[in-house]
Design a protein around this ligand. Sequence first.
Ligand SMILES: [Zn+2]
Length: 456
Amino acid sequence: MKKILSILLIIFWISCEKTNPNKLGKIASSFKENGNKIIEKSISDSSGFNRLAELCDTFGPRFSGSKNLEKALVWIMEEMQKDGLENVRAEEVMVPKWVRGAESAQMISPWKKNLAMLGLGGSIGTGKNGITADVIVVSNFDELTNRSNEVNGKIVLYNVPFESYGKTVQYRVRGAIEAAKYGAVASLVRSVGPFSMNTPHTGNSSYEKGIKKIPHAAITLEDAAMIGRIIANGQKVQINLNMEARTDPDVISHNVIGEIIGSDFPEQIIVMGGHIDSWDVGQGAMDDGGGCVAAWQALKVLKELNIRPKRTIRVVLWTNEENGLRGGNAYRDKYINELNNHILAIESDAGVFKPTGFGFTGPEESLKVLQDIGTLLKPIGSGIITKGGGGADIGPIMREGVPGMGLSVKGEKYFWYHHTSADTWDKLDRTEFNQCVASMAVMAYVVADMEIRLPR
Ligand SMILES: [Zn+2]
């Protein structure tokens, strides 16, 4: 009888949970009022979204080592000061300076076609006369190895369909190294993305000590697939590649910081942000201007609501994620002795699309706390906290033991635009952006203000 009763009780409890999907967690309940206020304000105030347009349109892409980037940083600090953020400052970081220069690619046989292309970050140039050579197409590194005796003197084209960014990006990163091992004179990748409107995608690439450097560039999905078909049909393809790309000495850039200082434990920090540098094409609106402005706007919302949490919330806009990660590394080095008091690091760098929640890396008991807090975000559908997550810029401090989380978004379209001329503000949605702001503001605020210190 007792057993039956307890089973009935459990069923009753489960059905209650189901009929009450907006039930708040234990911690969340005590933040209901402010949580709702923050969500309401974030959703109804589009000043952040408009500011992202102003950032994109006024300064253009913000590539490491460019004047655009440094001018944008000065403007951001002025605006942060106007917002009343505290301890607004810039911290020097030496960053690499890669210069694209003029570049072009042309298929010259079997027929003439200008190929839309983008040199890959870090690549060397081709020299004044360019490189003209026959193309060998491979669909993966194994095929390259198997056909290594056919590679000498040719341009290797990696015609690899997009599986996932993590999987496919290796051809962009290591393509020149592997091709050069067998005597290729240059290498091309099919752009890393699932969809294309003749848009080439740039991104970083590397060389290896002891292996000859060869020029490395991306062509479009359409052209790579076509060249693959032409060669499969038994015709030869010849390409002429011209790139002025070069690497200049390192220059000074900056991480930019703004805070709301904690009322009770100012030395305890919740750090939140994105990377303010972008590639040198498009506007870097989603990668990662959107993440930066969303984190900044989250702080502005708290400020305007007069909410000062117990702990400090620090927004950091890291420099040089794209081709060096120098900003994230410099932040770790500068604050290495204060990382014990870094309670949580939050990054948004997957686009500011419809948010679903956060991915978290840290102890199980902290995951439970964050899932509890996540119940506050159910009304806007961004309350799901999953295991595993972070971001490139917070990676260095996470490796020192700081728990980290990344904003999760419905990012099906992110890699349509990623690192292309089409990464522009017009692709973004006001409501989705505002929901990202709300999610980051609520999460940072509650972790900064709750009674317990998030366990690590
Ligand atoms: Zn990014």
